[in-house]
Design a protein around this ligand. Structure first.
Ligand code: ADP
Ligand code: ADP
Length: 232
């Protein structure tokens, strides 16, 4: 259900002699229950790939499947609904709404989609992320690490099939970052989710079962890692 794949994905920015082939034929599969890191040098196309896989950006050619749905064949309304109901996003910038409390921010996706909240899961998330005594705070009253954990809780509260994370630990100290990664790993295990994370941090990548390497808009290799427990 939550498998994600691309076939011969091409994305070109600009045109003429200054055009940049950000993705130059990327075919890659991510399975349900798999935590994958995408790594590669700056400018290798990691963010572009994540945005195309997540339906935030449309590719020039090639296909992306999320479960049975091919993103290119969905109109904007259906694409928006798929993102809202099936996908969680964790970004380096937290995008929390400043007027809402932490709890209201976390519950916002559920409100918007009108789905019923699983209170047990909500409590599990809040406890794992250490947010129990921060739920009534506004984002401005939280540290950067706390804001990222709120954003993480918001991404996971609806039990999405697929989670896309773009440098989720980029703004965090190592202890807070480890908490977020530990949480993602638990979520993959508990919910059988597909988690795809872009990172340049080898420590963050060590939490993934597989690392896909990008170079110049192409898949340059992949590394399967032993179970994270044996690494750490
Ligand atoms: P990474 O995430 O690996 O650093 P990106 O996907 O951000 O790589 O970028 C891949 C290439 O596409 C780079 O050469 C970058 O300069 C270019 N690029 C990315 N976004 C845009 C854009 N909006 N307009 C023009 N070029 C872009
Ligand atoms: P965390 O406490 O979650 O590890 P950070 O790593 O982002 O948070 O921040 C490091 C420390 O700086 C935190 O322990 C926190 O006390 C303090 N801090 C950072 N930003 C803020 C803020 N906006 N308001 C209050 N304290 C902050």
């Amino acid at each position: 259900r939550g498998a994600v794949s691309s076939h011969e994905l091409v994305k070109i920015y600009g045109n003429g002699p200054t055009a940049v082939r950000a993705l130059d034929g990327v075919s890659v599969r991510f399975h349900a229950g798999e935590f994958t890191a995408i790594m590669g040098p700056s400018g290798s196309g990691k963010s572009t790939l994540l945005h195309c896989l997540a339906g935030l950006d449309r590719a020039g050619s090639g296909t992306v499947h999320i479960g049975p749905a091919e993103l290119g064949s969905l109109n904007d309304t259906r694409l928006t609904r798929l993102r809202r109901d099936r996908i969680g996003f964790v970004f380096q910038s937290f995008n929390l709404l400043p007027a809402l409390t932490a709890e209201e921010n976390i519950l916002l996706p559920m409100r918007l989609s009108g789905r019923e909240l699983d209170r047990t899961w909500f409590a599990t998330i809040v406890d794992m992320l250490g947010l129990r005594d921060r739920l009534r705070h506004k984002p401005s009253e939280l540290s950067g690490g706390q804001q990222q954990r709120v954003a993480c809780a918001r991404a996971l509260v609806g039990r999405p099939d697929v989670v896309f994370a773009d440098e989720p630990t980029g703004n965090l100290d190592s202890r807070t970052g480890a908490g977020v990664l530990e949480f993602l790993r638990t979520s993959v295990r508990e919910l059988g989710q597909t988690v795809v994370m872009v990172t340049h941090d080898p420590v963050a990548a060590s939490y993934a079962g597989r690392v896909v390497l990008l170079a110049d808009g192409r898949v340059a290799g992949e590394i399967f890692q032993p179970t994270p427990e044996s690494v750490l």
